[in-house]
Design a binder for this molecule. Sequence first.
Ligand SMILES: Cc1cc2nc3c(=O)[nH]c(=O)nc-3n(C[C@H](O)[C@H](O)[C@H](O)COP(=O)(O)OP(=O)(O)OC[C@H]3O[C@@H](n4cnc5c(N)ncnc54)[C@H](O)[C@@H]3O)c2cc1C
Length: 475
Amino acid sequence: MFDVIVIGGGVVGGLVMREATKYQLKVCLLEKEGDVCMGASKANSGIVHAGYDAKPNTLKAKFNVLGNKMMGELCRELGVKYVNNGSLVIAFDEEEKRTLSALKERGQVNGVEGLEIIDKERLHGLEGNLSPDAIAALYAPTAGTVCPYGLTIAAIGNAMDNGGTLYTDYEVVAIKKDTDGYCVQAKDGRETKAKVVVNCAGYHGGKIARMIGDDYPISGRKGEYILVDRACSGYLSHTVFCTPTEKGKGILVTRTVDGNIMFGPTAEEVDEMDASTSVDGLAFVQDRAKRICKNPPLRHAITSFAGVRAYASTRDFIVKESDASQGFFHCIGIESPGLTAAPALAQYVVEKLISRRLPLKKRKDFDGRRAPDYFFKDLSREEQNALIKKDAAYGRVVCRCEGITEGEIIRAIRENPPAKDIDGVKRRTRTGMGRCQGGFCQPVVAQLIAKERGVPIEEVTKKGKGSYLLTGVTK
Ligand SMILES: Cc1cc2nc3c(=O)[nH]c(=O)nc-3n(C[C@H](O)[C@H](O)[C@H](O)COP(=O)(O)OP(=O)(O)OC[C@H]3O[C@@H](n4cnc5c(N)ncnc54)[C@H](O)[C@@H]3O)c2cc1C
C-alpha cells in the first residue's frame, strides 16, 4: 500500500512524484508507456515563459510566473540544461506595437519583472537575423529555455533515487475507491493501492477523471516543428515570438539548450494523440519562418516532429481535489505554459492538496541533487583523461555528431529511470540527435542495450512495444 499514486510520467507527474518524496510518504508513479516522458513533455518548444501571455488571475498566470522563478535553481539541482536567454515578441506595424503595450501591462499585473518595449534599433542590435520589417519588441529578460525531456527524466530519476517507485507499461483502465483509499487497475490486470491519487495523465487526464465520476473534457491541439542542425546555433540567441493577433499566435523561433534552432509550432485541433507531421504543417512553418527571419537556415533542417497540447474546456489548468471523491486530485488540462509552471504546480499539489488528506513530515535524508546525463564533451581534457583512466568506456565515442561516449550510454541504461530502447537512450544522452539522426550510432546503441539488459539484439526496440529494429539473422 502506497501513500501516493501519481498517474502519468510527464513533467507534471514527474515533479509531483519528486516533490512528494521530500516527505515521509511511500510514492509510486504509474506510466502507460514503456518509458517516462512520452506525452506532451517530450515534444514542445522548451521555453520557460516569462508570464505575460496568460490572463491575469488564472491558474496559468499564477503558476507560470512562480514556475519561471523556480526553474533555474531546480535545473541546477537536477543537472538539467537551462539557459536564461530572454524572449522578444516582435511587432511589424503600429497596431501590433499597441498589442505589445497591452502584453507588457498584463505581464506586470501577473508579476513579471523587467519587461520593456524596445525600439527597432535595439531589437536589431540584439538579433541581427530578424526581418528588417520588425519595428519594435517586448523584451522579457526572465524568459529562458530548458530541456523538457531532460527535466522530466531527471525529476523521476531523482524521486526513484530517493525511494519512489515507478511502474511502466502500466495503463490505468479502472479505479476503485475502498475504505483505505484507492485501488488503481492496469490493462494487464495489475493492481496498485494508495491512500491518495494524483491524476497527471495529460491528454488522457479527462479519461482518468471519468473513472472516478468527474467530468473534465480535454481536447488536443497539435504543434509541428522544424529543427535545424547545431552548426547554425549562432543564428539567434533569444526566443522570438510573433505578436498574437485575432488569427492566432503565429510561430516562434528559438535556440534550444543544445544549440539547435527550432521553428514552430503549428496549432491544429486533433481528435487523438496524433503526433505525426504533415506536408502542409511543415510548409506553413517554413512560410512563417521566412516572414520573421532573414534567410532562415531551413536547408540545414535535420528533423521535424510534433507534440499534442492537452486543452481543458475551461481554458485554464485544472488543479483541484475531485468533486466526486475525497483524496483524488487532478492536475490536468496543463497546456502551455505547463512546462514552465510544472515546478510550482508540483509544489502546490503536494503542499496544498495532498496535505489536506495526509500529514506531511519532511524527510531529513532527501537528496535533491543529480548528476547530468551527458557531460563528457563539456569536461576539460584533463578531466576527460582522468575519467577514461577510471572507465575505458568513456574513451569510445559512439555518437560522432554529438560526441557521446559509450560510458554515458551505459550509464543511461543502468540509472533511474533506465533507458530500455533506442529513443530512451536518445532522450537521456542525445545519441542520434545530430546531423545523421542515428544513421551511424544506432546499431552500436542497440548492441549496448542488448548486452546491458541481457536480451538478444532482435528484442531491442526503437520506441517501446513492437517497434523492432531487426527480425533475425540473414542466412
Ligand atoms: C506543441 C507544444 C508546445 C509547447 N511549448 C511549451 C513551451 O514552450 N513552454 C511551456 O511551458 N509549455 C509548453 N507546452 C506545454 C507543455 O509541454 C505541457 O504543459 C506539459 O508537457 C504537460 O505535461 P503533463 O505531465 O501534464 O503531460 P504529458 O507530458 O502528456 O504526460 C502525461 C503522461 O500520462 C501518461 N498517461 C496517459 N494516460 C495514462 C493512463 N491511462 N495510465 C497511465 N499513464 C497514462 C502519458 O503516457 C504521459 O506520459 C507545449 C506543449 C506542446 C504540445
